[in-house]
Write a protein that binds this ligand. Structure first.
Ligand code: FAD
Ligand code: NAI
Length: 471
């Protein structure tokens, strides 16, 4: 370590990017500290994001299976009774267990947790609460927070107009709920409360939900959610929300303009995206600018425009996903330690944890065609329905499909999309195949265990070859 600094590395933020970077830096022999302003480690993901949302999704899925007849169709007659406080308790238990786990890993790896809000004084000096810490390298891993909707005030404590954090901890099931934004949060948390008995309306500005995903996937997902009872108002914007007591009245308008309508509900979830956390960080003290989207630009080694300052995770460009942040955390520590840290940003899976799950990796069909200069014949695609997969059919999970997109000339897989009960687990295989530059033929000739949902990936690959067996 350069003697003039207290630490080799200081990481600001202990989310999946920051805490993983800190542990890997310490494993590589660097003297490491991590600043975190929350009371617990783990960032958005462990405290108010991935983990608590999955706890509610998992529990509500069981409730729904009992309530909607799925269990009865398998010979299990139950009438479920909701114990919402208990459901919240198990959510909080999951969060506590995992955030304490990170604290344990910090101790084990000798990472110093500096509690408090961090502000740059200069590129090597950071004020954290009352303490001043110096480090040879500083990594910004401050994550993101909810994008506000102009004119709509979120107050999680009142449980009427809430963001994702408020929607995780509603003390009772709303009779009617509106989610503004048909993205990942709106669909996941909308599903939770729909399953527990709320009437859910999703208002989406664009003409289809889940922007960025493959068009076939977006359309099929929309159909499935409608079947599950979520009502969609697409190409619609919210122009105002007024709150009176425990009720909110929304004013809606067609996105292109036109007659407005009103909707009275008990709860409004604002989920129109997230923005990078850079305010209050003192970036002006080190002369570091953000781009037009508020993100910190970095190079392939996660270096910002300021020497000695790097950045990773939600605060830099790319998908705002925990596993992307984690992989960047490992890579940045390796670069700082003088090694080569690799993240293949072309192969980052994304999963929506609804039921069925919706997952994808690589390019959508539209992106693939665009990449081929608009030439549709330069790609091959194949879709295999889950209805024809023996395991999904046996498990009463008929919805969804696997779609593979490959380059026509080389047969190299460009993208894989899946809607299936365990699509999130299935997509790992596709990511591995793509990481190794697999062709669809490679997947088609890989033996897959029977009966598994993963066989649908093999069948879709056989379909690209023009030779599926089960359709
Ligand atoms: P964060 O996890 O946001 O952590 C940043 C940390 O830095 C925070 O704890 C913050 O308190 C701290 N911090 C910020 N500024 C300072 C400062 N100046 N000083 C000290 N500390 C500071 N992603 C998935 O991949 N899968 C999912 O299932 C998933 N579910 C989600 C569900 C919800 C409801 C939400 C909101 C997000 C979800 N995400 C999911 C996204 C995921 O949480 C983020 O992509 C991920 O947490 C980003 O990690 P990060 O390390 O960049 O930042
Ligand atoms: P999002 O970007 O996924 O979706 C926002 C949606 O709101 C889009 O469909 C957009 O068109 C729409 N929208 C924007 N402005 C609008 C307006 N004024 N009126 C109506 N609709 C509007 O953002 P979301 O759902 O808030 O999630 C934020 C991020 O958190 C995600 O992008 C994802 O990176 C991360 N996340 C990941 C999860 C996962 O991996 N399973 C789960 C939850 C969040």
């Amino acid at each position: 370590m350069a003697d003039e600094y207290q630490y080799d590395v200081l990481i600001i933020g202990s989310g999946p990017g920051g805490y993983v970077a800190a542990i890997r830096a310490a494993q590589l022999g660097l003297k490491t500290a991590c600043a975190e302003s929350r009371d617990t480690l783990g960032g958005t993901c462990l405290n108010v994001g991935c983990i608590p949302s999955k706890a509610m999704l998992h529990a509500s899925e069981y409730f729904d299976a009992a309530a909607n007849g799925t269990m009865a169709s398998m010979g299990i007659d139950v009438t479920p009774k909701l114990n919402l406080p208990k459901m919240h308790e198990q959510r909080l238990d999951a969060v506590e267990g995992l955030t304490k786990g990170v604290a344990f890993l910090f101790k084990k790896n000798k990472v110093d947790w500096k509690k408090g809000h961090a502000t740059f004084q200069d590129e090597h000096t950071v004020k954290i609460g009352d303490e001043t810490v110096t480090a040879k390298e500083v990594v910004i891993a401050t994550g993101s927070s909810v994008t506000p909707l102009p004119g709509v005030e979120v107050d999680n404590s009142k449980h009427v107009v809430v963001d994702s954090t408020g929607a995780l901890e509603l003390p009772k099931v709303p009779k009617k709920m509106v989610v503004i934004g048909g993205g990942v949060i709106g669909l996941e948390l909308g599903s939770v409360w729909r399953r527990l008995g709320a009437e859910v309306v999703c208002v989406e500005f664009l003409d289809q939900i889940l922007p960025g995903m493959d068009t076939d996937v977006r359309k099929e997902a929309n159909k499935i959610f409608k079947k599950q009872g979520i009502e969609f108002k697409l190409s619609t914007k919210v122009t105002g929300v007024s709150v009176k007591g425990k009720k909110a009245t929304l004013t809606l308008e067609p996105a292109a303009g036109g007659n407005s309508e009103t909707l009275e509900v008990d709860c409004v979830l604002v989920s129109i995206g997230r923005k990078p956390n850079t305010e209050g960080l003192g970036l002006e003290n080190i002369g570091l600018d953000v781009n037009e989207r508020g993100q910190i630009e970095v190079d392939g080694e996660f270096r910002t425009a300021v020497d000695g300052v790097r950045a990773i995770g939600d605060v830099v460009p790319g998908p705002m996903l925990a596993h992307k942040a984690e992989d960047e955390g490992i890579a940045v520590a390796e670069w700082i330690a003088g090694q080569t840290g690799i993240v293949n940003h072309d192969v980052i899976p994304s999963v929506v944890y609804t039921q069925p799950e919706i997952a994808g990796v690589g390019l959508s069909e539209e992106q693939a065609i665009e990449k081929m200069g608009g030439d549709k014949s330069a790609i091959k695609t194949s879709k295999f329905p889950m209805m024809a997969n023996s395991r999904a059919k046996t498990n009463h999970e008929p919805d969804g499909f696997v779609k593979i997109i490959a380059e026509a000339e080389s047969d190299r897989v460009l993208g894989v999309w899946a809607i299936a009960s365990v699509a999130g687990t299935m997509i790992a295989e596709a990511a591995l195949a793509m990481e190794f530059g697999a062709t669809s033929e490679d997947i088609a000739y890989t033996c897959h265990a029977h009966p598994t949902h993963a066989e649908a990936i093999k069948e879709a690959a056989m379909g690209v070859q023009g030779k599926p067996i089960h359709i």
